[in-house]
Design a binder for this molecule. Structure first.
Ligand code: ZN
Length: 699
């Protein structure tokens, strides 16, 4: 890796932050960002940094302080607030204690924050307090882990890094590790760094630049040592291409997702589902093709702080195992093994309370397909994916060196997987009602569609935003992504073409592993009397409103059968199905056909646990600044038919219902959410959203 230090950039940080926070913390922020920018050094909040400097208290007195990275901050994006100020002299005195349990350690560190609003400091805070150096950098560098996680790793590290680096055997993070680090340093005060076996690297210095330069130079030495060992051992080449593997993945993903889903005792919500993210690259496919792949990769994570994200072991799925029965058996076997691990590792003591753990794998290794990364949300699955990229790369390099992987013991894994401060990183919080749901909304770019999208995202959905390709879809996706990030994907789809529908569905499956909720919202309208009806106009509406509905219902029925975890469909129908309007024959008739298809789907799909319901709104004119495309098309004709202007037409619709209600996209969206969250055991039901129109009330 390159030394990224720049005096110009450092000066910029000083200018920006020193006036409020002091030069030390400004430079601490700068070099922390340099470390965080390197994926080969730290991932997802891993690693931590500190500086010993002064804190000015409320009386204007200067007192010695340790600023140490807080949990929840990423080095890549840290600001001065990301380092919590702690009362250094008191924390240093804790060294005199013979031992200190984790709960007390966390409490005493939190109690010694100089700013009570600062976030909880890293669990490695005492390590930073006990080491005397001013600046300390701690990373989980790939090159160091490549050596430290091999059989004979200490020997290799000594060879690679030389005399001035201390090598410390694995110790569970906490008080014992902090003391051991301090003692090892006291015995070799001239050393410039320390490797914590199966964990990472510590370097230090009197300046931010010196500590950072020590990290860079030690990592470079390890990298050079590894490169030398790789000469004459080129990486292997995969049997299948990424495109082939991606096709295979699309075929198998719904089965995997179905097998991973966990049965609940709630009949309205019988499945807790996962979100899947594939990791399919030439390197990964080649690694999975190695003859020793299973022995190499079905091993513990590189560092124990990965355990909460990817569990002690991945699930291995043999290449031929592609039937539902085989996949279910493999997942079930994994869960049994995991429970046995909990039982064994807790040593007959208290195993974690039920409900506090789940036994499902987070990484699935599939030769010829790739790696499937699993999480309760896309964000979690993405984190597992990043860790998988790093883990596989390191283990692959190690294998090419001819090394054998050495992880920590089962007891050590358990201790860290269920370590309180680690579990806290998973976040408690009440999950959103549709947090495990993958939804697709057609006709999303319109007024009602965009309103439905917004409401489903608010409820936690992972959402495929679908419409014809174009500016409307792009603008909506950009808008939704600004708030909901990776939970939004655009799916350009023409509902009138079965192939386009199949491709769209495949795209959703490849992105998140499956689909649980379909909102059929795409629709066209046309104003004409039967007397003057052009059959082409009628056919155009038929293709979208009827055939489009049919294509999606057919494709989803097949998908739901494979995924085998139920599902929901909501059709946006119309009050015209029950109370058609003159001049609105093409629309009313084709929507009635779609409505009837949905009712049939309710009958046919109930045995699969799929509920199909209809929402029947009266006219919705706009959603925020987004006008209804449907009304833009038919509004002028409807106005003419009724002798009204635009405002008059809207008022006419409002005044014709019992509640004198203006119907909005949000109202329609709430009805969709009512069905999607399964508030009642209902299927084949129509919910009017029309302010009360007696002649349109379904009966
Ligand atoms: Zn660490």
């Amino acid at each position: 890796m390159k030394n990224g230090w720049s005096d110009t950039d450092a000066a910029h940080f000083v200018t920006q932050y020193a006036p409020q926070w002091g030069t030390d913390l400004a430079l601490r922020t700068y070099s922390s960002r340099l470390l965080g920018a390197e994926k080969e050094l730290v991932l997802h909040g891993g690693g931590n940094t500190s500086v010993k400097t002064t804190w000015v208290n409320i009386l204007g007195e200067k007192q010695p302080a340790l600023f140490v990275k807080s949990s929840g901050w990423n080095l890549a994006t840290i600001t001065p607030e990301g380092h919590a100020p702690l009362a250094l002299p008191f924390l240093q005195r804790l060294q005199s204690l013979p031992e200190l349990n984790d709960a007390d350690m966390v409490r005493v560190v939190r109690a010694n924050r100089l700013d009570p609003d600062a976030a909880t400091p890293s669990i490695e805070a005492l390590l930073h307090a006990f080491l005397p150096a001013k600046f300390i950098d701690h990373t989980h560098a790939d090159a160091i882990l490549t050596l430290s996680n091999q059989v004979g790793g200490a020997q290799l590290l000594a060879e690679a890094l030389g005399e001035e680096v201390i090598i410390l055997p694995y110790i569970h993070p906490g008080f014992a590790l902090a003391k051991a680090v301090a003692q090892a340093f006291a015995q070799a005060p001239a050393s410039r760094g320390m490797v914590l076996m199966h964990h990472g690297l510590l370097t230090w210095g009197e300046t931010a630049e010196a500590a950072y330069a020590a990290t860079v130079s030690l990592v470079n030495r390890a990298e050079a040592f590894i490169a030398q060992r790789l000469v004459g051992s080129p990486p292997s080449v995969a049997r299948v291409t990424v495109a082939e593997a991606m096709e295979r993945y699309a075929a198998i993903a719904p089965l995997l997702r179905g097998a991973l889903a966990v049965r609940t005792t709630d009949p309205d919500h019988p499945w807790q589902r996962f979100i899947l993210r594939p990791l399919i690259t030439p390197d990964v496919l080649a690694l999975l093709d190695r003859a020793d792949s299973r022995a190499l990769l079905c091993t513990p994570p590189l560092t124990t702080d990965h355990l909460i994200r990817i569990k002690p072991l991945p699930l291995w799925l043999e290449e031929g195992a592609t039937t539902a029965a085989q996949i279910h058996a493999a997942v079930e076997g994994y869960r049994q093994d995991y429970l046995a691990y909990l039982e064994q590792a807790s040593g007959g003591g208290e195993p974690p309370a039920a409900g506090w753990f789940d036994a499902s794998p987070r990484l699935l290794l599939m030769p010829g397909v790739g790696v499937v990364c699993v999480g309760h949300t896309a964000a979690e699955a993405e984190m597992a994916r990043d860790l998988a990229v790093q883990t596989l790369a390191v283990k692959g390099t190690m294998a090419r060196m001819g090394g054998r992987y050495a992880g920590v013991t089962t007891q050590e894994q358990f201790a860290m997987e269920y370590y309180g401060p680690q579990r806290a990183k998973l976040g408690a919080g009440v999950p959103l009602p549709l947090g495990d749901c993958i939804a697709l909304v057609t006709g999303a770019a319109g007024a009602i569609g965009s309103g439905i999208c917004r409401e489903l995202l608010r409820q936690g959905c992972h959402l495929a935003v679908s419409d014809l390709p174009g500016a409307g879809l792009d603008a909506l996706v950009a808008e939704l992504r600004a708030t909901y990030g990776e939970r939004v994907v655009p799916v350009a789809m023409d509902v009138t073409a079965a192939q386009s529908v199949a491709a769209g569905l495949r795209q959703v499956v490849q992105t998140w592993g499956g689909l649980d909720l379909l909102v059929l919202n795409a629709g066209l309208a046309h104003v004409s009397s039967l007397e003057e009806m052009q059959v082409e106009a009628f056919q155009r509406l038929h293709r979208v409103n009827v055939e489009g509905t049919l294509h999606l219902l057919s494709a989803l029925a097949r998908h739901f059968r494979v995924q085998a975890t139920g599902g929901d469909v909501v059709l946006i129908s119309t009050k015209n199905v029950f109370a058609p309007g003159a001049q609105f024959g093409a629309y009313s008739a084709t929507k009635a056909a779609a409505h009837q298809l949905a009712r049939i789907a309710a009958l046919e799909l109930a045995p699969l646990g799929v509920r199909v319901n209809m929402v029947a709104p009266d006219g919705v004119f706009s959603e925020g600044a987004r006008p209804s495309g449907l009304w833009a098309a038919v509004g002028p004709d409807r106005m003419k038919a009724r002798g009204l202007d635009a405002a008059g037409l809207e008022a006419y619709y409002q005044n014709r219902n019992l509640l004198k209600a203006r119907i909005t996209a949000t109202h329609v969206a709430r009805a969709v959410v009512f069905f999607a969250t399964r508030q009642t055991p209902s299927t084949g039901v129509t919910l009017p959203v029309d302010g009360g129109l007696p002649e349109a009330t379904p009966r």
